[in-house]
Design a protein around this ligand. Structure first.
Ligand code: NAP
Length: 246
């Protein structure tokens, strides 16, 4: 279904990014597994893909670095001749109540989560416009839709991703490029592993399906949005949250 497609997944060494990389590869895409700090984990993702008969390469780049994102995308186009799918998955948290949140914690989260999406989207857009095709999928969050105590920086970044997604969908639609966001709920990864049991229980209470989600459940939706089956879907925010945001 994604045969001959080239996909870049940011932050694909672990968690949701790894699951997305594996799903896209399973459907036939050549996947570039991007990482920032976790080179070994990224290599593991690539090895998992190759063990299943898929194709992958790893590429280290801090998505908060505009120039580095440009170099990464230029290298992919040089190597493969095209790039078809961009999944902006890289993300961090620096949680604290607004009163206690440092300026640095605010800036870091915006730089990686929101500006990181701008950096890769801006750097890839010229190539996609030339191709007159492409799929961009940005990972937002339920937190960007309904807000969350202790996550003003994170929620602002994830809400910003929704605005960025809708604007880019408007700008790029006439050239056959789709831009969508996926808003996961409470998914079991390293990002949520550190939450206290009390917080986890209270979050579960808000989920209509009364359970946490798995990275693979987000990845399936991303793989659908990256496929031809979703050619007529753009500018949307698809929640994968067990009904949490309802
Ligand atoms: P995770 O396990 O903490 O993984 C985060 C990933 O982001 C890692 O692969 C990390 O790579 C990468 N990353 C961080 N900073 C980066 C940078 N500057 N440049 C490139 N990559 C960077 O988190 P996750 O739960 O899988 O989350 C993945 C995405 O889903 C994030 O955008 C997150 O906000 C979103 N999300 C998660 C949940 C959830 O419940 N887990 C819910 C809603 C949304 P390195 O280790 O190489 O730095």
């Amino acid at each position: 279904m994604l045969k001959d497609k080239v996909a870049l997944v940011t932050g694909a060494g672990r968690g949701i990014g790894r699951a997305i990389a594996c799903s896209l590869a399973k459907k036939g895409a050549f996947v570039i597994v991007n990482y920032n700090g976790s080179k070994e984990k990224a290599k593991e993702t690539a090895a998992l893909i190759e063990a299943e008969g898929g194709k992958a390469a790893v590429y280290g780049c801090n998505v908060a670095d505009f120039e580095a994102c440009g170099e990464m995308i230029a290298a992919i186009v040089r190597e493969h001749g095209h790039i078809d799918i961009l999944v902006n998955n890289a993300g961090i948290t620096r949680d604290n109540l607004l009163m206690k949140m440092s300026e640095d914690d605010f800036d870091q989260v915006i730089d990686v989560n929101l500006k990181g999406c701008f950096n890769t989207m801006k750097q890839v857009s010229r190539q996609l416009l030339k191709q007159r095709s492409g799929k961009i999928i940005n990972i937002s969050s339920v937190a960007g839709v309904i807000g969350n105590t202790g996550q003003a920086n994170y929620c602002a970044s994830k809400a910003g991703i929704i605005g960025l997604t809708k604007s880019a969908a408007r700008e790029l639609g006439s050239r056959g490029i789709t831009v969508n966001a996926v808003a996961p709920g409470f998914i079991e990864t390293e990002m949520t592993a550190g939450l206290s049991d009390t917080v986890k229980e209270s979050l579960k209470e808000q989920i209509l399906l009364k359970r946490t989600g798995q990275a693979g459940e987000v990845a399936e939706v991303v793989a659908f949005l990256a496929s031809e089956a979703a050619d007529y879907i753009t500018g949307q925010v698809i929640s994968v949250d067990g009904g949490m945001a309802l």
